[in-house]
Design a protein around this ligand. Structure first.
Ligand code: NAP
Length: 275
């Protein structure tokens, strides 16, 4: 029930209407008994600063930030976390009581939590990261902090070299590299469309994580299961980065299982409606 006391949080992005974040956040607020509602704000590129100013003026709880605003949000906040500063990327804005805007990046920590929740501690592990975009950069930073040794393979050598705290290798070297690591992480969009796969050699015991969550069951994860390798799907990262936002904004532990169930229901609903 929305009343005069209900507070608003949301996500800015473009496109943003198909975001799963409303399902994740509203399920969490409901479970925590918070009189908050989470909505999407379609904000075009170039309007990031104006949107954050509005969040301050309107007294929003906070904002999630997605493409194309992550870099501009890092410039527009009053202060940013060390990770967000290093990545020059903000996915979480917290509006303080005095109106100050604090920017943070919860993607890397979200990935780590999803890995650990699936029973895999990366401490001391060798990790092969595929892709060198925004998600890969965030994941590399957090894996390094968790004492993992990260190699990154990307089709653009300059992009791989710019990933923080990781050793770049050639894209074509990923097959050999996969045989010598403990964990492989797909941080490219390969797998979102049909049967295209990122094609690495999967061996039994290799932990295979995919950041792609639509579809949830990617060709890479199917190949891993066929090789009896443990898998970590991309929904875990999505849920945990949102859970960290809920925690930042409310100061309370997020109901992670409730959030994942809500996201699964939403994905299922969309799948059912697709035909
Ligand atoms: P991004 O910044 O666009 O980076 C994509 C990376 O993948 C780039 O290195 C790109 O290389 C590479 N790539 C794209 N197509 C490729 C191909 N066909 N072959 C080889 N490399 C290819 O995207 P991002 O934000 O990092 O996101 C990457 C993926 O992670 C997306 O699928 C996204 O949906 C997913 N993601 C999931 C979560 C989650 O919570 N689960 C969070 C963030 C992102 P070039 O630079 O050469 O194009």
């Amino acid at each position: 029930m929305i009343s005069g006391c209900t507070r608003v949080a949301g996500v800015i992005g473009d496109p943003v209407r198909h975001s799963l974040s409303p399902a994740l956040h509203n399920a969490a607020y409901d479970a925590l008994g918070l009189d908050w509602v989470y909505v999407t704000f379609e904000v075009p590129a170039g309007s990031t600063r104006a949107a954050l100013q509005a969040a301050r003026s309107l007294g929003l709880v906070g904002l999630s930030v997605t493409m194309p605003h992550k870099a501009a949000a890092a410039d527009a906040c009053d202060d940013v976390s060390a990770d967000a500063s290093r990545l020059h990327s903000v996915n979480t804005v917290t509006v303080a009581d005095d109106g100050r805007l604090h920017g943070d990046s919860t993607d890397g920590e979200g990935f780590l939590r999803s890995l650990r929740a699936a029973g895999h501690d990366p401490n001391g592990c060798k990790v092969l990261l595929l892709g060198a975009g925004g998600a890969a950069r965030a994941v590399a930073l957090s894996l390094h902090r968790a004492a993992a040794h990260v190699q990154v393979a990307a089709r653009r050598a300059d992009a791989a070299a710019a990933v923080p705290d990781a050793t770049p290798i050639a894209w074509d070297a990923r097959h050999d590299a996969a045989r010598a690591v403990d964990i492989v992480v797909n941080a490219t969009p390969i797998g979102m469309d049909g049967d295209e796969t990122v094609a690495v050699d999967v061996h039994r015991g290799l932990v295979v994580a995919d950041l792609v969550y639509h579809p949830l069951d990617t060709p890479l994860l199917r190949a891993a299961r066929a090789a009896h390798a443990p898998t970590v799907d991309g929904l875990g990262m999505l849920v945990h980065q949102a859970a960290l936002q809920v925690e930042r904004w409310s100061g309370r532990a997020a109901p992670v299982e409730t959030m994942r169930a809500a996201a699964m229901r939403e994905l299922h609903r969309r799948g059912s409606n697709a035909g």
